[in-house]
Design a protein around this ligand. Structure first.
Ligand code: SAM
Length: 288
């Protein structure tokens, strides 16, 4: 068995380097060979592929990616892990390790320096404490990412895959689905990691959309409307939106737009699809 596929040998490898798993950095390392293979298969890589890996840890996933991709750039925040990671990936000339916080990286600059502007596939077993900021950074900065295969907490995955009107549906569902089409890859139990986390995980693939799924007059207004709708989910959309100053719309304006689009004025924001939010945003802006 590969030493990266056993909890015991990963623990030993860490101990030999005087390292402890840092809970505060989400250090739960994947040891399950079948899950590693499913992640790599979902990423759909070949020798021309450029891969950004976020949070390589001890390098188990990095190694699998390096076998099939053209180039892998792995960004790891924990400087103490770098010597072990460098050792564990030493046999691969196509791996570059960067010691940095992914949230502080200028992706456009990194991609042009490392990949010469070619399309990039992101693959990551993400630190769960900053899952949403990382996903939103990747999607909002639009630096030429083609797809993102990520391991995240199961409940967060359910939010990204949720249908309008369901309990799990929220602002993050709308935001992510505005930029990408998410699909489920596999569910992952705690035992697949060392140390095992308290929660189940899920691997998702986000296929980044070339064009937005809706036509908007003003993207900022649309996202403010979504924030307003989910900020106070138990209120009607009419009340939440009219108490959201950034929208600059009176209760009467919003009531008129809702009725003109065929929605009852008692409707809650969580019932709206992305197209509904777009129609309301565009109609409010037209009215002003
Ligand atoms: N990829 C490895 C695996 O699958 O076994 C490790 C995954 S572990 C869940 C998350 C990794 O992300 C850790 O190595 C952690 O140190 C790193 N990390 C946490 N915050 C980070 C950040 N802001 N930027 C880059 N890496 C980060």
């Amino acid at each position: 068995m590969d030493k990266f596929h056993s909890s015991k040998s990963v623990r030993k490898n860490m101990a030999e380097h005087g390292l402890k798993f840092q809970k505060s950095l989400g250090q739960n390392f994947l040891t399950d060979a079948s899950v590693l293979s499913q992640i790599v298969a979902a990423a759909d890589l070949d020798k021309d592929s450029c891969v950004l890996e976020i949070g390589p840890g001890a390098g188990a996933l990095t190694r699998e990616l390096a076998h099939v991709a053209g180039k892998v750039v792995s960004v790891e925040i924990d400087k103490n892990l770098i010597p072990l990671l460098t050792e564990n990936t030493a046999e691969f000339s196509n791996v570059t390790i960067i010691n940095e916080d992914i949230l502080r990286v200028d992706l456009e600059k990194l991609f042009s320096e490392q990949f010469g502007g070619k399309a990039v596939k992101v693959v990551a077993n993400l630190p769960y404490y900053i899952t949403t900021p990382i996903i939103m950074k990747l999607l909002e900065e639009k630096p030429g990412i083609e797809s993102i295969v990520i391991m995240i907490q199961k409940e967060v995955a359910e939010r990204l895959l949720a249908e309008a009107g369901s309990k799990a549906y929220g602002a993050v569902t709308v935001s992510v689905n505005y930029y990408a089409k998410p699909s489920a890859v596999c569910l992952v139990p705690p035992e697949a990691f060392v140390p095992p986390p308290k929660v189940w995980s899920e691997v998702l693939k986000l296929d980044v959309l070339d064009d937005a799924p809706v036509q908007l007059k003003d993207e900022t207004h649309f996202f403010n409307l979504v924030k307003a709708a989910f900020g106070q989910r138990r209120k009607t959309f009419l009340n939440s939106a009219s108490n959201f100053p950034a929208l600059g719309a009176s209760k009467e304006d919003i009531r008129k737009v809702l009725l003109s689009l065929g929605f009852p004025e008692t409707i809650r924001g969580e019932s709206f699809s992305i197209s509904d939010f777009a129609a309301i945003s565009n109609a409010l802006l037209e009215q002003n």
